[in-house]
Write a protein that binds this ligand. Structure first.
Ligand SMILES: C[S@@+](CC[C@H](N)C(=O)[O-])C[C@H]1O[C@@H](n2cnc3c(N)ncnc32)[C@H](O)[C@@H]1O
Length: 277
């Protein structure tokens, strides 16, 4: 991120090399500091210690980045994952391009406002961001300010389920909605339960969309492939009493998150853009 590097290791071998990796990265990329985010769940599962901290350099843990003309502050220690969900970059840029001009956008599971702010940059009038994390909501408001968009953004700290229940009761309607939850199927054993949650949240999101509204819905669960997500969305549409049309093909992760054909689960992020009649 700008002049900050972040590394994540998930094995003992890589742990042993982290110091030298940080030095090489710093030299090659001219970084002010390199941080480690070694707090992935997978580390805990294999008995490796979890920790976050600086490996090399003096700079603090925040940086400002520019993604397609929209600025974000990234905190590599307080933020989730390595600070920013870079895997969704191309999908945020897609929304910037196709956001309904003058429309109202609902960004569910918004984190620091990525999709919502891109929609505003693309000509939407107003964005409502919903996330359960205090950090995410505070950072989203700072990012709105950074882009001179404060007056057009509301950030709500709430669980999405509860937010959508009250939105439906109030009769709120949006011109576009983004559904980007965390992995709702974290293990094979939780597939059936997780798929039900995907259906429920997508159906509830469709219910607050204006007829003809745009929806972007994604899943970052490695156990949910594109075919499954497509069926989830069709089931959700039928539950919400809405007809959907798929726009373009399957959305995926940014090209800097390569997919290894020998390990197909490395292609964990998939999504669809839909018109919801
Ligand atoms: C995959 S990230 C979203 C990334 C975001 N769309 C972006 O482009 O940066 C998922 C987010 O959902 C939030 N979250 C998880 N469970 C939630 C819930 N039940 N209700 C609201 N937010 C939730 C997390 O705090 C996290 O910020």
């Amino acid at each position: 991120y700008s002049s900050l590097g972040v590394v994540t290791s998930t094995s003992v071998g890589m742990d042993r090399r982290l110091g030298v990796i940080a030095e090489i990265l710093s030299e090659l990329l001219g970084l002010d500091a390199v941080y480690a985010r070694n707090d992935a769940r997978t580390r805990r599962e294999v008995g490796l210690p979890t920790w976050r901290g600086r490996l090399i350099g003096e700079a603090g843990p925040t940086a400002q980045i520019d993604e397609g003309g929209v600025r974000f502050e990234v905190d590599v220690i307080r933020g989730q994952k390595t600070g920013f969900f870079i895997d969704q970059r191309e999908n945020r840029l897609l929304l910037q391009r196709y956001a309904p001009r003058g429309g109202r956008i609902l960004d569910l599971f918004s984190y620091t406002g990525g999709f919502g702010l891109h929609a505003l940059a693309g000509g939407a009038a107003e964005a409502v961001l919903v996330d359960e994390s205090d950090y995410a909501v505070e950072a989203a408001l700072r990012n709105a300010e950074l882009n001179g968009l404060s007056g057009r953004v509301s950030a709500v700290r709430s669980r999405v389920k509860e937010f959508l229940e009250s939105a439906r009761e109030r009769g709120d309607r949006y011109d576009a909605v983004v559904v980007d939850p965390p992995a709702l199927v974290p293990s094979r054993e939780r597939l059936s339960m997780g798929l039900k949650t995907y259906v429920a949240v997508n159906a509830a999101a469709m219910e607050v969309l204006e007829p003809g509204g745009l929806m972007i819905s994604t899943s970052c669960s490695q156990f949910v492939d594109a075919g499954r997500l497509r069926r989830v969305l069709l089931t959700a549409a039928s539950r919400a009493g809405r007809r959907v049309r798929f726009l373009g093909g399957v959305l995926g992760q940014s090209p800097d998150h390569p997919v290894d054909p020998l390990h197909p689960w490395t292609g964990y992020l998939k999504g669809f853009a839909l018109a919801v009649e």
